[in-house]
Design a protein around this ligand. Structure first.
Ligand SMILES: *Cc1c(COP(=O)(O)O)cnc(C)c1O
Length: 373
């Protein structure tokens, strides 16, 4: 039997059609109507006013932090439970990350811990200048509460929405409420452009500036005039064509990912010592990845179950290893951290691709039942 991957690009004939169309139209580079269409379509879908398509979610966050013009060694708060792509840009701009524990109900940044960290940092005379909360596995963090804390301490909020295309918070798509939001279309995310990202905001000046910085900071002159140093971060037209087709199918992909999660939950409901990632009140979790938690003292721990599944040809992955436990951040400040560590110790992401069929899900459930009961 073939291996079941964690999450694969879900692409089809419409994607192929649009890529060939862009190719035949002569649009392969990082300018032109396919990019404009992708950006407009993304704004229409998310309800955000402005967006610039870039080469990755990491690049989108780098641009957002670069534009803040932070002083060297400035402090920036980030969740400890996240993927490094949301944290590395803090280092790119010469700032120092301060890690914040997560809330048990959404796994997003804990506003109370953030407040503690802000108070402490201000007392040391090195205040937190920016906060980069993340929406984890397709669920929105509590942005309103996080923003209230950030505002009280004079910090800007940049949302790492890399994992939350399609997620809702307070009845709307995630993004509004932060100064800007960074999305990812990496190969294993809910929609993909092969590799790519988007920086979106309701602030048109901010996006115009990001667009310029992403295009080598070229001034409007024919002879390549530069008044500042920028980046080469634009997305290609071929990638944008893929993105247009993917966005057309996003709601179907969200529905399928949610159905996959529900199938796991129903089929594994009676397995002792197994619980499921929560969906916080009033939010739409896309279930980008279906995550289960193993209770301590069961037949197998998280790694034990992962190895059993691996031997059965099923790819499962531990929940993100917290940043404060990473060797590269060994000396970083952390506010709390035990909730994140507990989720890492007990959490396992199961195959969740929107092209996964029910028979395969049932096979995975059988393997889990056999291992745990
Ligand atoms: C994927 C991801 C990123 C980075 O996006 P890329 O497009 O891979 O650069 C950032 N933060 C989080 C939480 C992610 O999951």
């Amino acid at each position: 039997m073939s291996r079941v991957p964690l999450s694969t690009p879900d692409i089809g004939s419409r994607e192929r059609e649009l890529i060939v169309q862009a190719f035949d139209d002569g649009y392969v580079g990082p300018l032109g109507p396919y990019l404009e269409r992708f950006e407009a379509q993304f704004c229409a879908y998310t309800g955000m006013q402005h967006a610039v398509a870039v080469s990755s979610g990491t690049a989108a966050l780098h641009l957002a932090l670069h534009m803040l013009g932070l002083e060297p060694g400035a402090r920036v708060a980030a969740p400890t439970l996240t993927f490094i792509g949301g944290v590395a840009p803090i280092r790119y701009v010469g700032a120092e990350p301060v890690f914040i524990d997560c809330e048990p109900d959404s796994w997003g940044m804990d506003p109370a811990r953030l407040d503690e960290a802000c108070v402490m940092a201000a007392r040391e005379g090195r205040p937190i200048r920016a906060v980069v909360p993340a929406d984890l596995y397709g669920q929105a963090c509590d942005l309103h509460a996080i923003r209230a804390v950030a505002e009280a301490h004079g910090a800007v909020v940049v949302l790492d929405a890399a994992e939350s295309v399609g997620s809702h918070y307070m009845g709307r798509h995630v993004g509004p409420g932060a100064s800007c939001a960074a999305f990812s279309f990496n190969g294993n995310k809910i929609i993909t452009t092969g590799g790519g990202g988007m920086l979106a905001s309701d602030d048109g000046d901010l996006i115009a500036r990001a667009r310029k910085l992403a295009t080598a900071a070229r001034e409007p002159a024919v002879h390549y005039e530069h008044a500042e140093v920028g980046f080469n971060y634009r997305l290609s037209s071929l990638s944008a064509a893929l993105g247009i087709a993917q966005l057309e199918g996003i709601e179907g992909k969200v529905a399928r990912r949610r159905a996959i999660f529900e199938r796991y939950r129903t089929r594994l409901a009676d397995v002792p010592g197994l619980s499921f990632a929560p969906e916080a009140e009033g939010r739409r979790h896309t279930r980008w990845l279906s995550v289960v938690l193993l209770e301590p003292g069961g037949r197998l721990d998280r790694e034990g179950l992962r190895l059993v599944l691996d031997a059965a040809g099923i790819e499962a992955r531990p929940v993100w290893k917290p940043m404060h436990l990473q060797p590269v951040f060994a000396r970083a400040i952390v506010a709390g951290g035990t909730t994140a560590q507990d989720l890492f110790d007990r959490g396992l992401c199961l195959p969740s691709g929107s092209d996964l069929d029910d028979l395969t899900i049932d096979r995975i459930c059988d393997a889990i039942r056999t291992a745990l009961i």
